[in-house]
Write a protein that binds this ligand. Structure first.
Ligand code: FAD
Ligand code: SF4
Length: 459
């Protein structure tokens, strides 16, 4: 008999007023009892609408059925047939716009907590698996993977499982891409990312850090060195700025830089010597997940934080859960507001920000109501720190150093969508480097698609 409760089981979480002062994970995960009773809400629908909403087509009803039966290993095996990073995706995937959006239980009540169950199953497995499984040493052709974000990790994993000798080249000193340098510890503990990377290395994948392809070596050098195929998963890490006066003042950061200082350079530790603005009056410009992450990190460093967004709360592109968490943690919001100038002190530090009020007009090309300035509405707010979070683009470095690699006008590498094949023979690409800033699951799916195509190419 299914559990016909209209509401999802709540996931235990740290209290807002406690968690907004620490970097420990906010949500604590289901207990076995909560997971089994949530799994019993699933109706095991024959036509599986939830699967249609999943970019990597996990057999959701099948894994949930195993969970309801208490067979968590069986559930894990089903998930990992389609997904390489379940503990990560269970935490950060926007399920409310994917699988859970299609769930029939959402017609009258709340969707089954598919993401929460995925996380429970993966965490239960990881808690038991102390050491990564042993694999035979790969002996196949050599493949280079550029970038160690979710697209690169998924591609490397599938190729290593198929026996290819894979080397991942990562520009930063730590592997993981946005999973390591961007998404904060309180949403995605780094021990989980490390476990995935350790698992990859146990499969024989070599990871070379501090290796910027396009500087240390070019893509063409990789072929000269004996690699037979190359996957580019270099992400979209180049921050966009507004182009307003004062953006080069001290105390203005891109969200990526601010988050990198916190995550990779350990500024979240109270005794860290990494330079960062602590306890300041901070404005975060933008309304996406990245803006929420930057704002919530600044709050944890003691700042009084305001998110400045030019549309209304309804149009915020961030996940609803992140917005709710930000509200609960005491982040302020200035909606229908856009900065026009940042003003500095004589010695070049941010002092204040001039803003103007906006109103919404006809929808623009993105389908969202277009914000237009209200004449005479300018006003000034005192701030000591400004974090720009208005999007990122793919870095042009690899394109500019690789013959025959074509990109579109937004800088995304042009690929065959079915295979991830680029315009250069033997070179494949996927993830944000192709699509621009998107999601972990889409990047992972693209890495898997390219891995299959590389296997076919090298056969
Ligand atoms: P990335 O994760 O960007 O990894 C690319 C890697 O390539 C990086 O490590 C980079 O250093 C390396 N690299 C770049 N150039 C070179 C080079 N020339 N040589 C060698 N290495 C290179 N998505 C979600 O689904 N849910 C979320 O909650 C979410 N939150 C986010 C929060 C933040 C702060 C950010 C920034 C993004 C978030 N995203 C989220 C988006 C998601 O993380 C990305 O879509 C995803 O990581 C893209 O994966 P990728 O493998 O394409 O690239
Ligand atoms: Fe279960 Fe919802 Fe999928 Fe139906 S749509 S199988 S209820 S998760």
């Amino acid at each position: 008999m299914p559990n016909m409760s209209l509401k999802k089981n709540e996931m235990p979480a740290q209290e807002p007023n406690i968690r907004n002062k620490n970097f420990y994970e906010v949500t604590l995960g289901y207990t076995e009892e909560l997971a089994v009773s949530e799994a019993q809400r699933c109706l095991n629908c024959k036509h599986k609408p939830c699967v249609n909403g999943c970019p990597v087509k996990i057999d959701i009803p099948a894994f949930i059925k195993k969970t309801a039966e208490g067979d968590f290993d069986g559930a894990y095996d089903i998930i990992t047939e389609s997904s390489s990073l379940p503990a990560i995706c269970g935490r950060v995937c926007p399920q409310e716009t994917q699988c859970e959006k299609n769930c029939v239980r959402a017609i009258k009540g709340e969707a089954v907590g598919i993401g929460r169950l995925e996380r429970f199953v993966a965490d239960t497995h990881n808690a038991k698996a102390e050491k990564p499984a042993e694999f035979p040493k790969p002996t196949g052709e050599r493949v280079a993977v550029v970038g160690s974000g979710p697209s690169g990790l998924a591609c490397a994993s599938d190729l290593a499982r198929a026996g290819f000798r894979v080397t991942v080249f990562e520009a930063l000193h730590t592997a993981g891409g946005v999973l390591s340098y961007g998404i904060p510890e309180f949403r995605l503990p780094k021990s989980i990312v490390k476990k995935e990377i350790d698992g990859l290395m146990a499969m024989g994948v070599e990871i070379v850090t501090n290796a910027v392809i396009g500087k240390s070596l070019s893509v063409d050098d990789l072929f000269d060195d004996g690699f037979k195929a190359v996957f580019i998963g270099s992400g979209a890490g180049l921050p966009n700025f507004m182009g307003i006066k004062g953006e080069n003042l001290k105390g203005v950061y891109s969200a990526n830089e601010f988050l990198t200082r916190i995550n990779l350079m350990k500024a979240y530790k109270a005794d860290s010597s990494t330079p960062i603005q602590r306890g300041m009056k901070t404005a975060v410009i933008g309304g996406g997940n990245v803006a929420m992450d930057a704002a919530r990190c600044a709050k944890r460093l003691g700042a009084d934080v305001t998110i400045v967004y030019r549309r209304t709360e309804k149009e915020l592109p961030a996940r609803l859960e992140e917005v709710e968490h930000a509200h609960e943690e005491g982040i302020n919001f200035a909606f229908l507001t856009s900065p026009i100038e940042i003003e500095g002190t004589e010695d070049g530090w941010v002092k204040s920000m001039k803003c103007q009020k906006m109103e919404l007009s006809e929808p623009d090309a993105s389908g969202r109501a277009r914000p237009v300035p209200i004449e005479g509405s300018e006003y000034e707010i005192p701030v000591d720190c400004v974090i720009m979070s208005i999007g990122t683009s793919p870095n042009p470095l690899i394109k500019s150093t690789t013959n025959g690699l074509e990109v579109n006008k937004r800088g995304g590498i042009i690929v065959n969508e079915e295979t991830g094949e680029t315009t250069k023979k033997g070179v494949y690409a996927g993830g944000d480097a192709v699509t621009g800033a998107a999601t972990v699951i889409l990047a992972m799916g693209a890495g898997k698609t390219a891995a299959q195509a590389i296997k076919d190419y090298l056969k």
